[in-house]
Design a binder for this molecule. Sequence first.
Ligand SMILES: Nc1ncnc2c1ncn2[C@@H]1O[C@H](COP(=O)(O)OP(=O)(O)OP(=O)(O)O)[C@@H](O)[C@H]1O
Ligand SMILES: [Mg+2]
Length: 401
Amino acid sequence: MPGMDGLVVLQELRRRHPALVVIMITGYGEVSMAVEAIKLGAYDYLLKPPDPDHLLLTINRALEKKELQQKVESLDRSLDSSLEMQLGRSAAIRQVIEDIRRVATSDFSLIIEGETGTGKTFIASLIHNLSHRATGPFIALDMGSIAESLLESELFGYEKGSFTGANHRKKGYFELAQGGTLLLDELQNLSPQAQSKILQVVDEKSFYPVGGDKPRSTDLRIIGATNADLGQAVSQGTFRQDLYYRLNEYSITLPPLRQRPEDIPLLAARLLSEAASELNRNFKELDDSALALLAGYPWPGNIRELKNVLRRATLQSDQRQLTADILSKVLTNNRCAGSALPGSDSDREGVASMPISLEQAEKETISLALAHTGGNRTKSAAILGITHKTLLAKIKKYGLH
Ligand SMILES: Nc1ncnc2c1ncn2[C@@H]1O[C@H](COP(=O)(O)OP(=O)(O)OP(=O)(O)O)[C@@H](O)[C@H]1O
Ligand SMILES: [Mg+2]
């Protein structure tokens, strides 16, 4: 080897062909050099003269390793492109994809923050599906929808006979989610009592069913989701700092749709094809004017609102090509039908064009909010911007259910 030694050759090879697998063959007395070679990225080293069988074995192992490495790289690339296909390609969403990839395979608990409709629940289930818990259950629990008095039995279950009417043992959500992922949705709605119960489970990795005297250990991953600023809730004292830190081992913040208009064409195409197959309609296409309209609209209800508009358009239009004209009609309709409800999933058809009394409008808006939240009063009050107490009074006044 004139002019340079083996180590220099190795370095040069690594520089020119980073994927190349290198096996060094070295003379007696050069073992320290061989160790140096491994440090520089050689796969293995053999002593001169190498035993033919040993040499063959080493080469085979090196090839296997290379193959595996290539498989992992191509899996990595296809995972990346599949996430991009689902979520988008903007810089903002690429950061999210990187976060998802980093955290999915770990068992970290995490908090997903983002405005309503940005896809927090969607991404939580994506993370579950990419995790080693994918074969286990994924349970999304809306923390605002559990009545305070039922909190413990809903979360931890109860034993038979633990109270009047407990005729059989019932599993709570923490038990139902064993081996999988439990999404605590709308974290900001956790009452102080719920916060302290959950903190206890997280700390002790076990819980007691109501009326039970044996603790059950938990084996699940907890993901929290919120559209409020939890950090601020902590500094205001409405959310426990210790719980916040336990859950916030990692955090992902989803960008609002208006901050990534370049993702709208891709998302819209997917949502249109979903809508077509779900509603059993022909697949619609967006012309340039329609795309421009969608890219310029601020989407206060984010992806949920986009999804609603495209579903309505798929249902209402007979034309294959959706134009700005058609979409702007659907958009206005959508805003009117759910004006107080950015991103309403409810598909209320048509709007009354006759003016109605303010009282009637109030009653309708409250009904819509209740329908939208599945009857959840805390959420409805938040959407309507009134206190829980005011909402209860109005529900009573209008005789709503
Ligand atoms: N990348 C996506 N591709 C297709 N559909 C999506 C995507 N992201 C979200 N959606 C859909 O948009 C709607 C809203 O998403 P999701 O429920 O995850 O939002 P969210 O942030 O959890 O909202 P909320 O704060 O109201 O709980 C859902 O119907 C969801 O299936
Ligand atoms: Mg959600």
